[in-house]
Design a protein around this ligand. Structure first.
Ligand code: SF4
Length: 258
């Protein structure tokens, strides 16, 4: 079959590794390429057409993760459909600009680093707006924007969904939860587990997608040890449950949130 590189590939090279991601497939396509594979992958992703009959492991990885797509595949239409879905779907999307301050000073940054956080009136209005409108939507996306959003930790979060890796130590996650809940008046209501991890064959050299069975075990173990439900990031059924849990948390009376 003839393949071409996706127009949504992005890669960057550090000293020894090539980091690749396909924006259409999302974060699960992220891979770290090392050793001899670096030049091979760079070549695959820059060539215009490629005839692959029996894909080897590397080629299979590139095909399965959308880096290489069939020559006649209309990727532009897929992108357009995604854009339309993003614009017209029933999720409420809110970007919260909590602070202009940041502890970095990237050369290209446009922020003026004003040491000022979003004031209380605006915080309350955002919460009121979500409460009043959430019933019209099937879910809510909130993006934190800065500056460095963590410098505005005390702004708004009545609830936190903590993103964790499948391989994070439980004690580390527990300490993080304690830290967050001690910094501000908030509650960690759920964990979201990043679906990549390590396997015995490749060790720590490469993140790979984990099977549903492994991810379910991780989620169950986290729930048992921390008493907080864990959902697999990007798995549709889990995300629906997470939306429902979040909506229910914000729809309930303050007494039932304890
Ligand atoms: S806000 Fe972002 S881009 Fe600007 S200095 Fe901080 S990290 Fe860099």
């Amino acid at each position: 079959m003839i393949y071409k590189p996706s127009s949504c590939n992005y890669f960057t090279l550090n000293e020894k590794e090539l980091l690749i991601v396909n924006f259409l497939k999302g974060i699960s396509s992220f891979r770290v390429v090392t050793g001899n594979d670096v030049d091979l992958v760079k070549n695959y992703l820059s060539i215009s057409l490629l005839d692959i009959k029996n894909p080897n492991a590397l080629e299979k990885m590139l095909i399965d993760n959308g880096f290489l797509i069939p020559e006649n595949y209309d990727e532009d239409s897929e992108i357009e459909m995604l854009q339309l879905d993003y614009i017209y779907n029933s999720k409420l999307r809110i970007v919260v600009h909590v602070t202009k301050d940041c502890n970095f000073r990237c050369k290209y940054c446009f922020i003026d680093f004003e040491n000022k956080k979003m004031d209380l009136l605006i915080q309350d209005k955002i919460i009121d707006y979500i409460r009043m409108n959430i019933s019209k939507y099937s879910g809510v996306y909130i993006s934190w924007f800065g500056g460095e959003p963590l410098l505005g930790m005390d702004v708004i979060p009545d609830a936190v969904i903590l993103c964790v890796n499948s391989f994070d130590e439980v004690d580390y996650i527990r300490r993080t939860i304690q830290y967050i809940e001690s910094c501000v008046d908030t509650k960690v209501i759920a964990l979201s587990v990043f679906p990549l991890g390590y396997n015995d064959q490749l060790g720590r050299s490469r993140l790979v997608p984990l099977s549903d069975e492994v991810l379910d075990k991780v989620a169950t173990a986290l729930y048992k040890q921390l008493g907080i439900p864990a959902f697999i990031l990007g798995r549709e059924s889990d995300m629906e449950e997470l939306y429902a849990k979040t909506v229910s948390f914000f729809s309930s009376d303050s007494e039932t949130k304890e």
